[in-house]
Ligand binder design. Structure first.
Ligand code: 13P
Length: 281
């Protein structure tokens, strides 16, 4: 089944769990991500940056996600991650993405609201879900770096106003996580997350999921996180395995000998993450 973000996050909310949102960087990762979700019996969000979408082709991604959802019996959302440009968002919606994120987090609140409203107006015509961000997550995403002194936690009062005015389906919160953090772990501001959850009644999204300590996953889900983004851990897992395989194998070996072990690593990571996100004691 090819679903929207709104639909799967509603299911997650009913079950007090989070849905895993995994960034793919190439076509090869897709079946591994989707098969892991089927094995764990949960929906899955496949997300691409604008860069990945343009590299693979939006329509290719849409048709492959739909056909894999059918073939494997999976519930799949295809989501555009961190788009700052309205035209990039339109391109994804027109091609059939079922969910998009407008990232106006670097803009003043008023402009973030205006930009987000414009995206929501377009997306709603096609039944596409919208995530937006308030505050700033640190670290580096798709080559764009946010310095630590530019990081701003999400302000709960602003969040209330933002959600009310924009009509978004999910809110990405800045609570101390960083994109791309994999050599150390994040100190999450649980107090701030609770303050936001107490006043905002739509699903909340955590970015920079790679750096989140396993023991913190349950705590943030209990505080309203319903979409859990993981990117860097897959990338590092793939690259490490790939490097080892290419170093070890002869140059005229079938390419599958180098790729399949990487897929196994991806499937294992996605499976392990989803088990945590199910939030079952
Ligand atoms: P990580 O790459 O740090 O896991 O973050 C992923 C993310 O938040 C995508 O938006």
């Amino acid at each position: 089944m090819y679903s929207t973000l709104k639909e799967v996050l509603k299911e997650a909310n009913d079950l007090n769990m989070a849905v895993g949102a995994f960034n793919t960087h190439n076509l090869e990762m897709l079946p591994a991500i989707i098969k892991a979700a089927v094995k764990e019996k949960t929906p899955v969000i496949v997300q691409t940056s604008c860069g990945t979408a343009n590299y693979i082709g939006h329509k290719n991604l849409v048709s492959i996600c739909k056909s894999m959802a059918d073939e494997y019996g999976a519930e799949v959302v295809l989501h555009l991650d961190h788009a700052k440009d309205y035209d990039e968002i339109r391109k994804a919606i027109d091609a059939g993405y079922s969910s998009v994120m407008f990232d106006g987090s670097s803009l003043p609140l008023k402009e973030n609201i205006l930009g987000t409203k414009r995206v929501v107006a377009y997306a709603k015509k096609y039944g596409v879900s919208v995530e937006a961000e308030l505050g700033t997550v640190g670290g580096t995403e798709d080559g764009i770096a946010v310095a630590q002194d530019e990081v701003r936690y999400t302000d709960p009062a602003d969040a209330v106003e933002f959600v009310k005015q924009t009509g978004i389906d999910a809110l990405a919160v800045a609570i101390g996580t960083n994109h791309g953090q994999y050599k150390s772990k994040t100190n999450i501001n649980f107090e701030r997350l609770k303050e936001i959850k107490d006043v905002v009644d739509i699903p909340l999204v955590i970015h920079g999921g790679t750096g989140v300590k396993e023991e913190d996953v349950k705590k943030v889900i209990d505080l309203g996180i319903r979409k859990f983004n993981v990117g860097t851990e897959l990338l590092v897992g793939w690259n490490r395995e790939s490097k080892a395989c290419y170093d070890e194998h002869k140059e005229n070996i079938s390419n599958r000998e180098n790729v399949v072990p990487c897929l196994n690593v991806i499937e294992e990571i996605v499976s392990r993450k989803i088990k945590l996100f199910k939030n079952i004691d």
